[in-house]
Design a protein around this ligand. Structure first.
Ligand code: PMV
Length: 330
């Protein structure tokens, strides 16, 4: 049977970086994100006896090697859950740049969980979908839900309490915006999976990162619910800088920053000092995302026009979670 799902990427305000269980993808700390309207992935999955093996096409390109093995491993989890031996054909399309730190894995993983579970005949609720999406990519567990979402790290060894929970829906804070500026569309060098594993093993202050982020996840939920923008922005910026300190202090160092990243950080701080309230966050790529409110978009857009390094911008408000759609990709 065939099913198609659409989901939006999410950007974490408090980040996930490191697992306590590699196989089940259980995080060391809780993380909090915003699911963003417009950073969309669509995935069609068809399970049928006519397929002799699994195959996966992303943005029109047939995927092989390690990325394909990951998908095949995920399909095995689904097959086991459904008691099925059927092979699958998968087509996936990102409507924004892939693997450049714009969180394409979060949207992709969420669509894959929803479309493949439906196509194989499972009917999962949001918790079940998030638990499943997590097995594909940790951040995908947060893209099942709309709006602001917390991925609670959970305590259980089997991971059944580690999934994305909505903090508040997309309409709770409609003025909230994240501007994703694309600086460089080249695919990143260090993938997050091996990168975070290295950080857990070698960063001398990794434990401090975990304790601090766990505390910050609690604080930011409060700031979201109280719509305390200044506090939220300061905290998100601090968490992102600490994440990159962990990366820099990993052996071998992981450096996602480019010169343009630093230029953007400086620009945001300068604008803020002049009274334009905005903050930045950065993930596993050179892109700088600007956290701001709707009222300041025209001025920030005007200022961004003056930065040559930016190729493209996406202005995103809190968006929908994963959903099934009727328009199949094949
Ligand atoms: O879920 P992954 O393996 O794509 O890792 C995501 C890591 C960060 O984007 C850097 C942080 C996060 O919480 O999204």
């Amino acid at each position: 049977m065939k099913a198609t799902a659409s989901a939006n990427a999410n950007i974490a305000l408090i980040k996930y970086w490191g697992k306590r269980n590699e196989e089940l993808i259980l995080p060391q700390n809780s993380s909090v994100s915003v699911t963003l309207e417009g950073l969309k992935t669509v995935t069609t999955v068809d399970f049928d006896k006519k397929y002799k093996k699994d195959n996966f096409t992303l943005n029109g390109k047939k995927i092989s090697g390690e990325p394909f093995e990951r998908i095949a491993g995920f399909l095995n989890i689904i097959r086991k859950m459904a008691g099925s031996g059927l092979k699958a054909k998968i087509f996936s399309k990102n409507f924004f740049p892939t693997a450049t730190g714009l969180a394409s894995s979060s949207a992709g993983g969420a669509t894959l969980a929803l479309a493949s579970s439906k196509a194989i005949g499972l009917d999962l609720n949001k918790k079940g979908l998030s638990l499943l999406a997590r097995r594909n990519s940790g951040s995908a567990s947060r893209s099942i839900e709309a709006g602001f979402v917390e991925w609670e790290k959970g305590e259980k060894e089997d991971g059944t309490d580690s999934f994305g929970k909505q903090v508040c829906d997309k309409d709770y804070w409609p003025e909230f915006r994240i501007i994703a500026g694309v600086l460089n569309e080249e695919e990143k060098k260090t993938k997050s999976r091996p990168g975070m594993k290295q950080s857990v093993q070698t960063c001398p202050f990794y434990k401090v990162w975990v304790e601090n982020s766990e505390k910050q996840a609690k604080q930011i939920k409060k700031f979201i619910l109280e719509k305390k923008f200044t506090k939220l922005g300061e905290l998100a910026e601090n968490n992102a800088l600490m994440l990159h300190s962990v990366m820099f202090n990993t052996i071998l160092p992981i450096v996602y920053f480019s010169e343009k990243t630093v230029e953007m950080i400086k620009a945001v701080r300068k604008w803020r000092a002049s009274g334009l309230e905005c903050y930045f966050t950065i993930d596993a790529g050179p892109q700088v995302k600007i956290i701001c409110l709707e009222k300041d978009i025209p001025e920030i857009k005007r200022k961004l026009k003056g930065i040559k390094a930016i190729k493209k911008i996406y202005i995103c408000k809190p968006g929908d979670g994963a959903r099934l759609i009727n328009k199949h990709l094949f």
